[in-house]
Ligand binder design. Structure first.
Ligand SMILES: Cc1cc2nc3c(=O)[nH]c(=O)nc-3n(C[C@H](O)[C@H](O)[C@H](O)COP(=O)(O)O)c2cc1C
Length: 157
């Protein structure tokens, strides 16, 4: 029996997630990519992961940066999510970020930003699993998340 890829995607889409923008510096330019594959891994040491599709035009930029940041978007930042999910258009807009302690762009008004140092990369089928060690963090005490569920954006009710 052949595996039904469409059914698998739909099944995975029933898992509600937040939405993040991964940011880093590529050839001295600030870049960002929208992802929902973020997950926590370990508290001690503090490790997190996200996965990068192997066929991304931005693969080189996001597969091996020494530092990167994971920015968890608020419900007001759906525009950021759309902007940084466009193929071939990952340059960060100047008003969207500042530079953090470890050199990665920090998205302004994100719910949380985790500044990471690259810890390890693992092959994961058609994705690369990128593991980061959290070096610094910035958390907004208030605000609600942007959610992604069944292929669309949602908000908490
Ligand atoms: C809600 C959402 C979640 C996404 N999650 C991921 C992800 O976890 N990993 C990934 O590589 N791309 C993810 N993407 C796709 C990228 O944001 C982007 O569309 C893709 O990288 C564009 O192609 P390019 O990388 O070749 O420029 C996601 C897109 C959206 C809208």
């Amino acid at each position: 029996m052949s595996f039904d890829g469409r059914k698998f995607r739909d099944a995975l889409g029933r898992f509600a997630t937040g939405v993040c923008v991964i940011t880093t510096i590529d050839s001295q330019k600030p870049v960002g990519m929208t992802v929902n594959s973020f997950a926590s891994v370990s508290l001690d040491p503090p490790l997190v992961l996200w996965s990068l599709q192997n066929n991304s035009d931005m693969y080189e930029a996001f597969a091996s940066p020494r530092h990167f940041a994971i920015n968890i978007l608020s419900k007001e930042q759906q525009g950021h999510s759309n902007a940084y999910a466009k193929k071939g258009d990952h340059l960060l807009q100047a008003e969207h970020y500042r530079i953090g302690k470890y050199g990665s762009p920090i998205i302004r008004n994100a719910l949380t930003t985790l500044e990471c140092e690259l810890e390890a990369c693992h092959e994961g089928g058609d994705h690369l699993i990128v593991v980061g060690r959290v070096r610094d963090m910035h958390t907004r005490p208030t605000g609600e998340p942007l959610l992604f569920f069944s292929g669309g954006y949602r908000e908490l009710h």
